[in-house]
Design a protein around this ligand. Structure first.
Ligand code: NAP
Length: 307
């Protein structure tokens, strides 16, 4: 049986990974995150309160459990906070990865690391794995530094680059754009949404599946792992409105210059997915299919999308 250790298991991707790993009998899960376990299922696996920045504890836990693979999802993911608290961002997004890579190398364990489209400047998307990164903000810079240190390390690493992750889990600490837009439009709020940034939004379940495919195929190297549909952020929100029959007149398209965000964002990212589709068998859902999956989950949870 393969032992898989997940970092940041309380997060969106972390909780979806917990679901996927628990549904497969050939895996044993060691879920780790900061604080108490937020996943609704609390049995059938090991949960450890682990701060990924505590290098010594990380070392101890990995050496004790000796997992076959570590899936590293914990990160400082708020792009504007990364700009204003650069020390915290570097500690989490770079230093913690360096420590993990060193321990993984020592115990001969595969390290699956999640990276981002924000390593690119957005001038020539969609990007292949071979295109040259040029981050515009500190978050992207630290995620690229982490990639580069893995490339230079001798550990068995794989980097999965992804874009705007959406989905629903219980007790999520960070709202994603689909739930934010749905909730605001349901309340009748007008929302300003940029119409000059293009992305390929990713269903959290698809990324979780890709992590497990990377382990199954003993993948090494960089792989794109996003959704397959390119759209502007305002088109994305319009699709959300269409899907749930919400009032589209509440959506106010705006240019990036009009929305004074702390961190600069790339214009057009998006990924060419041929490598992960051909080599790993990655099959992402369309954005419409993703919304339908989310809708059925919301109905099952029988709770408003404000969580
Ligand atoms: N979200 C996106 O749109 C997006 C896009 C591209 C790439 N990515 C990358 O995808 C990965 C997963 O993102 P996500 O959306 O699942 O993020 P998320 O929902 O913010 O989850 C991250 C989890 O890590 C935990 N964490 C933070 N600091 C920690 C620490 N020091 N020690 C242990 N756990 C810690 C957080 O804890 P709390 O629950 O206490 O906050 C949270 O549960 C990240 O590497 C991110 O950079 C995300």
């Amino acid at each position: 049986m393969k032992k898989i250790l997940v970092t940041g298991s309380n997060g969106l991707v972390g909780q979806k990974l917990t679901d996927s790993i628990l549904s497969q009998s050939n895996f044993y899960l060691i879920a780790t995150s900061r604080g108490n376990n937020k996943h609704p299922i609390q049995k059938g696996y090991t949960y450890i309160d682990l701060d990924i920045c505590d290098a010594e504890s990380v070392k101890q836990v990995l050496k004790k459990y000796r997992p076959t693979a570590v899936i590293h999802t914990a990160a400082m993911t708020n792009v504007d906070s990364c700009e204003t608290d650069q020390l915290a961002c570097r500690t989490l997004n770079v230093d913690a990865v360096k420590n993990l890579a060193e321990v993984c190398q020592e115990i001969h364990c595969q390290l699956v690391h999640i990276s981002t489209d924000f390593i690119f400047d957005g001038e020539s998307g969609p990007y292949t794995e071979l295109d040259k990164p040029n981050p515009l903000n500190f978050y992207g810079q630290t995620k690229l530094e982490a990639e580069n240190l893995l490339v230079a390390s001798s550990c068995h690493w794989v980097v999965l680059r992804t874009i705007i992750i959406y989905g629903i889990v219980k007790d999520i600490s960070r709202k994603n754009i689909v739930l934010w837009a749905k909730n605001a439009l349901e309340k009748g709020d007008t929302i300003q949404v940029v119409n000059d940034q293009w992305r390929m939004p990713t269903l959290a379940e698809d990324l979780a599946a890709c992590c497990l495919l990377a382990i199954k195929h003993h993948a090494q190297g960089i792989y794109n792992a996003s959704g397959k549909d390119m759209m502007s952020i305002s088109e994305l929100v319009e699709e959300v409105a269409d899907f749930w029959h919400l009032d589209k007149s509440l959506i106010l398209p705006i240019s990036s210059n009009g929305l004074a965000q702390t961190a600069k964002r790339p214009k057009r990212t998006g990924f060419v997915l041929d490598k992960s589709m051909n080599n790993l068998g990655y099959r992402p859902h369309s954005f419409k299919e993703g919304l339908a999956i989310l809708d059925s989950q919301l109905q099952q949870l029988n709770q408003p999308s404000t969580i």
